[in-house]
Design a protein around this ligand. Sequence first.
Ligand code: ATP
Length: 465
Amino acid sequence: MNEIQNPANSMEKIISLCKRRGFVFQGSEIYGGLAGTYDYGPYGVELANNIKAVWWKSMVQGERNIVGLDSAIFTHPKVWEASGHVGGFADPLVECKECNTRSRADHLIEDVGAFADEKMSVEEINKVFDEHRDKIKCVKCGKKNFTEVRYINLLVKSNLGNFASDWAKEPTYLRGETCQGIYLNFKNVLDSSRVKVPFGIAQVGKAFRNEIAPRQYIFRLRELTQMEMQMFVKPEDEMTTYEKWRQKRWQYYLDLGFKEENLKWHEHENLVFYAKAAWDIEYKFPFGFKELEGIHARGDYDLSQHQKFSGKDLSYLDPVTNERYVPHVVETSVGLDRSFLAVVTEFYDEDELGGETRTVLRFPRTLAPIKVAVFPLLKNKPELVAKAEEVFTMLSSQMRAEFDDNGNIGKRYRRQDEIGTPACVTIDFETLEGDTKDTVTVRNRDTGAQERVHISELVSYLMQA
Ligand code: ATP
C-alpha cells in the first residue's frame, strides 16, 4: 500500500503515532508548549541522527571534494548585515482584526490561487492582497477582516555578551541559516586543507527564524535544523555544477526509497537579483506539495558581500592558470525536520497481517531507529531470558537493538512495526536444545515471514535484511 493518497497517513495519524511512540513531543509541553519548537524523543532522535548520517554519507563521505564543518551558532552581527538578512530577511504578516490570528500574507494569497511571495515589496504585496481581500479568510475564525500587510524580520535577537538594558539596539543574532558559517570559513578551509576550487563545505546545524505562523507541525519551526552544502566553483562552471547537483539531489530521494510521484520540481518565479537559478524539490506532505529542499545558483554574491563588509580578501588564486577570482556558489539546502516529516509520511503504512490491521513504518534499514528487537518467548523462563540477553548483547555491539519481554509476542511485533524495526528475533525453546540448538526465529517486518537463523550468522543476516 504505502500510498501518500491513502487517507490513512493523514497528518493527525502521523502526529499521534509520533507522540505515542516517542518520536516527537511538543516543545515545553508541560508548560502548555512553546510555538515553533518540538523535541525529538527516544526514537525520534535515532531517526533524526540516521537522516543526518545518510545525508552526510552522501554529501561528504561519498564526495572527493567536499569537507565538513561545524560553525558557531552565534556570529559577528555584521555577518547578517553583509548577507542581507538584517535588511531583507522578512516575511509579510497580516493579522485578523476579529481574532488576532497572524498569518503569512503570501500564503493566504496563494491559498486563493493567486501568486505572491516574500520577495515582493510591501506596496506590491498589499496591492495583490487588496485585489483578493474579498476571498481571503482567516485560518482560525474564517472571517475576512484583515490589517494591512507589513514585513517582519525573521532574525532572532540575543543579548550575548551585551549587558546593557537597551541591548536590543545592538543585538547578536542567532543564525537564520547555517550557510553563513560556511562562507565565513571559506578561506580557513582553503588554507588548512588540501581542497582546491571546485570544492564544497557541508554542515548540519541549528538555525532560528521568527516565523510568523509556525503551524503545520515540524514543517515550519522557529528552531530548526538545516543540512546545507555550498560548492565553490569557477564562475564559468556555475551552471553546469548547478545542473549536476540538481540531478544528484533528486536521485538522493529516489535512492532513499521515495516514490518519484511524491516529489516535484518547483522553479522560483521571482529570483533575487544576484541568483542565476533557484529550484526547490517539493514533497507531497499530507497537506500538499511543499518545499523540502532548495537548490540555488548564487553567483559570487555571498563571498563578495563578506569581502566588502569584512575588508578581507576572499578571492581565489587558481594555482594552474594564475587567474584570480571570487568563486561562485552552488548551494543545496534541506531542513532536517522537513526531511523527518517527509520520511515518516513516505514510509507510513497501514495493512492487514494475520487478520489484524496494523500500522507500520516501512523505513529502509539505514533509517530505522531500531535495527533489531530481541525477545525471549516467555518472560518467566529464566533460561530463555538468559539466552535472549546474550543474543541482545552480541547484537547491540553491532547495531541499535532493543530488548523487549513485555506482553505477548504478537503485541511486541505490533510495537516494533509501529516504530519501523525491520526485524525481530525471538529466542524460544528450540534455541536451547536439539537439532535447532542456537537457532532463533527472525520475523520480517514487511511480510511477517519467519525464518530460522543460526546465532552465529545472525549479524550478517540482519545487515543484509
Ligand atoms: P519556506 O519558503 O518554506 O519558508 P525558505 O525558502 O525560507 O522556506 P530556505 O531559506 O531556502 O527556506 O531554507 C532551506 C531549507 O530549510 C528549506 O528548504 C526547508 O527544508 C528548511 N526550512 C526553512 N525554514 C524552515 C522552518 N521554518 N522550519 C523547518 N524547516 C525550514
